[in-house]
Design a binder for this molecule. Sequence first.
Ligand code: C5P
Length: 205
Amino acid sequence: MIIAVDGPTASGKGTIAKALAAHFGLPLLDTGLLYRAVGRQVELAGGNPDDPATALAACNFPPALLNDDSLRTEAAGGYASRVSVHPEVREALYQRQRAFALQPGGAVLDGRDIGTVIAPEAEVKLYITASVAARAHRRWLEMTGRGLDVALADIERDIAARDARDMGRADAPLKAAPDALVLDTTHFAREAAIEAAIKAVEARA
Ligand code: C5P
């Protein structure tokens, strides 16, 4: 069984994907990490993420970079969003994601285009979303909880910009697959959202 979990930044899709993988005993690939590693590799080299050739060269990032804490920052997310608009980058990362999805026994993948491009045949497709205000508030709680001094308004602006770039790009834009179940977590507590996702998988599997 392939479970595709797509959605915008800070929607809770990562948490839901992790919970589904644990609940159903399936391996999990957070595909955003691949784009973050490419973006970070460009940043480390002092390159321009908007240049397709520079971004493509960075797809040969060292595997250890995937475990680096530096990928978790907002800056890395911004770089990831910029390199991910280039079709050559998406193509370079395609095979790795596709192979993960097709492994015997199934898999959970979370990202932006899993249900539309990477695994359109997935048995279960979830599209996790929430209002920009709710997502910004969650991200703000999480960051201030880590002791970071950040303004809610700045986070809200960054999230809106990332949404616009991810949804507006020509190649594999972020959107719900026609057969995806849309789960709006704006008014859901974390546990309730996870429970709804598990029920959705059980109903569709
Ligand atoms: O999910 P995460 O925030 O880690 O993703 C970082 C960025 O990588 C996203 O904003 C998006 O631009 C890009 N991405 C993508 N396709 C995916 C996963 C992530 O374009 N499957």
